[in-house]
Design a protein around this ligand. Structure first.
Ligand code: PEP
Length: 271
């Protein structure tokens, strides 16, 4: 049985989880907006009002917005009564304790987040998060009953040396070894080539489809049911072409999620 076309106003977690359990059915498309370190109270209120006005009622795709931590409560309030789901950009791998500046998965659950981005390349590169740490975060998110969006992707150097699948395989295998593959029924994957994120360069449909197919092939029994997003300079003008590909189930957006018109156009292309 597959979840019908929309989420109720305040989706229960069980219902959100169901979305990734479709088997032999067209996977429901998902668009995730990663605001990164952008926004302020005034700009957020305006952006969220425009997005919620443009995305009302029954819709044929799921939409998640991941604001910076200080604005999660604001976003939660602004999204009340809409079908848009709240997510977070990162999380600590630890439960609680003397870890200044960190935020636990249970705290995010408390704030009604349903999804958490894990292993974004900006955190792997700039915060030196290791593959193992990413796996531990993945586990912590699931333990708190939330859904990890696990990002993987190769550098330009890997791509140029033809090692892109090797890199992605390594990033996935560390998580598989840590948690097993069965838990991916409650997870989302995102392919984000590092050279395409925030650069204006998008993977060609052939490049994206090759990697998505490969990632799907690594998922064993869940190959047909896990949603795999593409991320890397997706805009309104190229979204449709990417969403038409068999193994792409939506997008993880950075820049485009900060512009209501652009964001809504991409969400509508995903329906
Ligand atoms: C991202 O940050 O995950 C991303 C895909 O950014 P952009 O859309 O700006 O390339």
């Amino acid at each position: 049985m597959f979840k019908p076309s929309w989420l109720p106003l305040a989706p229960a977690l069980g219902e959100v989880l169901l979305l990734s359990k479709a088997s032999n059915a067209k996977r429901r498309q998902l668009v995730v907006g990663n605001w990164k370190m952008n926004g302020n109270l005034r700009e957020n209120a305006d952006l969220l009002a425009r997005i919620t006005n443009g995305w009302q009622g029954e819709r044929g795709a799921d939409v998640v917005i991941c604001p910076p931590f200080p604005y999660l409560s604001q976003a939660h309030e602004c999204l009340r009564g809409s079908s848009i789901i709240l997510g977070a950009q990162t999380v600590s791998e630890r439960d609680k304790g003397a870890f200044t500046g960190e935020t636990s998965a249970s705290m995010l659950a408390d704030l009604d987040c349903k999804f958490v981005i894990i292993g974004h390349n900006e955190r792997r590169r700039m915060q030196h998060e290791s593959d193992l740490q990413v796996a531990q975060k993945f586990e912590a998110v699931q333990k708190a009953g939330l859904i990890p969006i696990l990002c993987v992707g190769e550098s330009l150097e890997d791509r140029e040396q033809g090692k892109h699948l090797e890199t992605i395989s390594r990033q996935l295998n560390v998580v598989f070894a840590h948690t097993g593959k069965d838990v991916f029924d409650k997870a989302v994957l995102a392919y984000e080539p590092v050279w395409a994120v925030g650069t204006g360069k998008t993977a060609t449909p052939e490049q994206a489809e090759e990697v998505h197919k490969f990632m799907r092939s690594q998922l064993g029994a869940l190959a047909d049911s896990v949603r795999i997003l593409y991320g890397g300079s997706v805009k309104a003008h190229n979204a449709q072409q990417l969403f038409a590909l068999a193994d792409i189930d939506g997008a993880l957006l950075g820049g485009a999620s900060l512009d209501a018109d652009e964001f809504l156009a991409i969400c509508k292309a995903a329906e």
